[in-house]
Design a protein around this ligand. Structure first.
Ligand SMILES: C[S@@+](CC[C@H](N)C(=O)[O-])C[C@H]1O[C@@H](n2cnc3c(N)ncnc32)[C@H](O)[C@@H]1O
Length: 292
C-alpha cells in the first residue's frame, strides 16, 4: 500500500482571493462586486487597488485570508466598505475612518474649492468636522493663520485627532455645539457639512448607511433644515465682517436654505451645483446685518 501523500496547502493568490470575494459580494447583491472586492482585498493587504494587477500572482497568507474573509462577510451583511478598509481618500489626503464619524463623501470635496476661492486666508472654522476632512484640507491647501475643527461628538473628535496626528497638519480641535464655543468676531471663514436630513429621510436611508454611520452626523432635525438654520443664525456672532460661510445642503432644500440666509442678513447669497448638477453648496458673506 503506497504511503499517503502528505497534505500540502496550496497558497491562494491575490487574484483568486479577489475572485472569491467578488463572487461572495455579487451573491449578496452588492452593486459593483468586482470593484469592491478589489478595493477590499488590496486595502486589507496594505496596497492600493491600482496595485492589484502587479500583485495578482502573490500568495495571501492564512492570517491575511482569515481577515479578508471576515471583512467580506461583514461587507456582504451591509457594513460600508470604507469602515472595513479603515481609510478613505479625500482630496489630497488619505484619512482614517471608523464608525465614530461619517465617511466623507466625494461631493463634500467641493466645499473646499469654493471656500478657497472666496476666503483663502485668516481664521477658518469647520463646524461638525467628523473625520476632520474639511479642516485638514483647508490647512493643507489654504493659507490660513489658524484652522479650528469643532464637533459635538467626542468620538468624532477622537478620530479627527487621529487624522491630525497621522497627517501632521496643525489644526485645533474643540468640542462644542455649533459655533457657541468661539469668541465674537473671531473668524473669517466658516465651512460646514452639517447633518441635513429630516427624520423621515433618515428612516428611508439605505440600511448600510442608517445602521452603521452615526445618526448625529445625518439628522438635522425633524424637518432636516434646523441645524443649518441654527448655524446661519448663531454663526453671525462669531464671523468678522466681510467673512464667508460655505455650507453643504440637501438639494431639495436649497431654495429654502438660501431664503433663510437672506432673511438673517447674509449677503451675496449663492447656491452652486455639485458634479451631478444638483444644488449642493450655499455660500454667503456677512457684511453688517448681524441683528437681521
Ligand atoms: C454630516 S457630518 C460631516 C462630517 C464631515 N465634516 C464630513 O463632511 O465628512 C456632520 C457632523 O456634525 C456633527 N454635529 C452634529 N450636530 C452638531 C452640533 N450641534 N454642533 C457641532 N457638531 C455637530 C456630527 O457629530 C458630525 O460629525
Amino acid at each position: 500500500v503506497p504511503p499517503e501523500a502528505p497534505s500540502v496547502e496550496v497558497p491562494v493568490s491575490v487574484r483568486t482571493t479577489i475572485d472569491r470575494a467578488a463572487r461572495r459580494l455579487a451573491a449578496a447583491g452588492i452593486e459593483a462586486p468586482r470593484r469592491e472586492a478589489t478595493r477590499l482585498v488590496t486595502g486589507l493587504l496594505g496596497a492600493s487597488s491600482a496595485d492589484w494587477w502587479t500583485r495578482q500572482g502573490e500568495a495571501v497568507s492564512a492570517d491575511q485570508l482569515g481577515r479578508i474573509e471576515a471583512a467580506v462577510a461583514r461587507r456582504a451583511a451591509g457594513e460600508p466598505l470604507a469602515y472595513l478598509i479603515g481609510s478613505i481618500g479625500f482630496r489630497h489626503l488619505m484619512l482614517r475612518v471608523d464608525g465614530r464619524a461619517l465617511i466623507p463623501r466625494p461631493e463634500t470635496e467641493g466645499i473646499v474649492d469654493r471656500a478657497l476661492a472666496l476666503q483663502p486666508g485668516g481664521r477658518a472654522v469647520d463646524v461638525g468636522t467628523g473625520t476632520g476632512c474639511l479642516a485638514l484640507s483647508l490647512r493643507l491647501e489654504g493659507g490660513f493663520r489658524s484652522v479650528v475643527a469643532l464637533d459635538r461628538s467626542e468620538g468624532a473628535l477622537a478620530l479627527a485627532e487621529r487624522n491630525r496626528r497621522h497627517t501632521g497638519l496643525a489644526i485645533e480641535l474643540a468640542r462644542g455645539d455649533l459655533t457657541d464655543s468661539l469668541a465674537t468676531d473671531s473668524v473669517d471663514l466658516i465651512v460646514s457639512n452639517p447633518p441635513y436630513l429630516s427624520v423621515a429621510e433618515y428612516r428611508r436611508l439605505d440600511p448600510s448607511v442608517r445602521e452603521h454611520e452615526p445618526s448625529v452626523a445625518l439628522v438635522g432635525g425633524e424637518e432636516g433644515i434646523e441645524l443649518t438654520r441654527a448655524l446661519l443664525d448663531r454663526g453671525r456672532r462669531v464671523m468678522r465682517l466681510g467673512g464667508w460661510i460655505v455650507l453643504e445642503l440637501e438639494s431639495s432644500r436649497a431654495a429654502a436654505t438660501a431664503a433663510i440666509a437672506v432673511s438673517l442678513g447674509w449677503q451675496d447669497v449663492r447656491v452652486e451645483e455639485d458634479f451631478f448638477g444638483r444644488p449642493r453648496y450655499l455660500a454667503a458673506r456677512l457684511d453688517g446685518g448681524r441683528n437681521g
